[in-house]
Write a protein that binds this ligand. Sequence first.
Ligand code: ADP
Length: 597
Amino acid sequence: MDPLPNDGKSKNLGVLRRLVALIRPHKGRFAIAVVTLFAASGLSLIYPMAAKQAVDVGMNEPTSGKLDALVVVLLGIFVVHAVLVWIRHYSMSWLGERVVADLRGIVVDRVLVLPMAWFHERRTGEIVGRLASDVTTVENIVGSELSLALRNAVQLVGGLALLIWVDWKLTAMMMAVVPPLLLITMWFGREIRKMSKQVQDELAGISGTIQESIGAIQTVQAFVRERREASRYRDGVERVFQQTLRMVKWRASFFSAAMAAGYLAIAAMIWLGGRALIAGDITSGELTAFFLYTFMVAGSLGDLAGLWGSLQRAAGATERLFAIIDTLPDIRDPDAPVALPAGGGAIAFRDVTYSYESRPDVRVLDHVDFEVAPGQVVALVGPSGAGKSTILSLLFRFHDVTGGEVQLEGVDVRRVRLGELRRAMALVAQEPVLFSGTLRDNIAYGKDGATDAEIERAARDANAHDFIASFPDGYATVIGERGVKLSGGQKQRIAIARALLADPRVLVLDEATSNLDAESESLVQQALARLMKGRTTIVVAHRLSTVRDADRILVMDRGQIVEAGRHAELMAAAGVYKRLVEHQVISDEAGPLEREA
Ligand code: ADP
């Protein structure tokens, strides 16, 4: 279900409609808020009438009896009013907070299923910043601005009706200033909105910058780039400041223009009203009420104009948020998925061609065709940039092929549900990613609801149990962001335990290039051997030992498989592979193939 469709109509209306859609699930609360809002605003319309009574009574009655009664009634109204205001305020704020919580959930749900290409085009900081600041903007609209706008609208309409009732001629004259005021409001609003969008974009950009610097703080400090990074950020902040100032100028002009128009109307009222009183057309009480209503109406109009401005600003933020929500991932479950057949993990690349979306002219894979039988170990080797990692990505459907077909168990991976496909495989990355949390949680990442016994079993098979048990907290040991407290070899073994627990048919391995000490190395190799047993394995190989044991080696260069066979066969063929091995650079950066080219 898509709760927030977008038909690309008028932006303000669109945004409002989306907000309404967000409020819809909380209809009851909204109804309470609106009813109390109308009741409270309606009540506030009574006060000028009371003032009219008081003045007329004061001018005409000899005793204070009627006045006393009036005040008692007024006191009662105050109490009711106060209670209504409390309920209104609470319900409106509740709605604002609720909608924000819902919205955060919706956005994150969408963001996390988006395809890799989407993330490659954006920076993490930008996405995270957007979540924080844009969502807060929406909170302001729903939690307070919407309520203010409705309140002012009630006072505007009610006040106007009462003005007409008190003296329609005076009212008609007053109304003459409204149309020009509206025009000014709309014009200013449009400009402010444009500027606000620029400011928000710039802000998202600079949060991306600083996030990047913090994420790579070691590199920043190692190259003594702190000042450079800081000044890059400051420059951004300064640009935001200047742009905001420009916007503030417009808003200030706008407010003062609106105020001037309002007070002009009031001055006219005083003049015209005074003349009507002198001529005996209205009573003193009526004139008092008329003034008070005029203030009320002018005030509401001014506030509404201001709110219009805020809505314009908010529309920018909201639009971008909804743009994320609207992004329909192009890599998603097929409409009519087929069940993944049982099997031992047969893989086939059939004449696969691939280009990254950002560089459609470059063929990263060029008619790649190979098969892996269940249980086989296939090693991908070749110089950096040959397309080895891309093959792994296509298998996981992080990207979809440009031409040809990738198959698992003889079925095109695009015809299977994403979850089913990916659960059939496990990825052990070159730099294993551990999440902040306990070691237990990190291993259990491979399988929902894994028991402690299963986790320990996986850890034992991965040669991780002993070092985990040596920590005082054992499996409950908390590791920091990216597992800073573990050594490279330990992290790899945790990642292997995770994959063991997931128990996939197919193992996708990006072998670590970094060298471990001999002992860690052999522990990791042992663990890997257990993991690979009985599974189909595709490995981007960097170690001679790995390729020696592989059932088949695919030698890649510039997106093509240039040689294929077992180690001994390829050595005997004395081709590219033999040269790679002799240079001891099976899959090194700037391999010999590139150097020769
Ligand atoms: P290998 O793993 O063999 O080093 P890759 O599969 O990572 O090679 O990369 C193959 C080619 O695709 C390289 O030329 C690389 O620059 C390009 N490439 C990789 N990822 C992207 C991406 N996200 N967008 C555009 N080009 C990419």
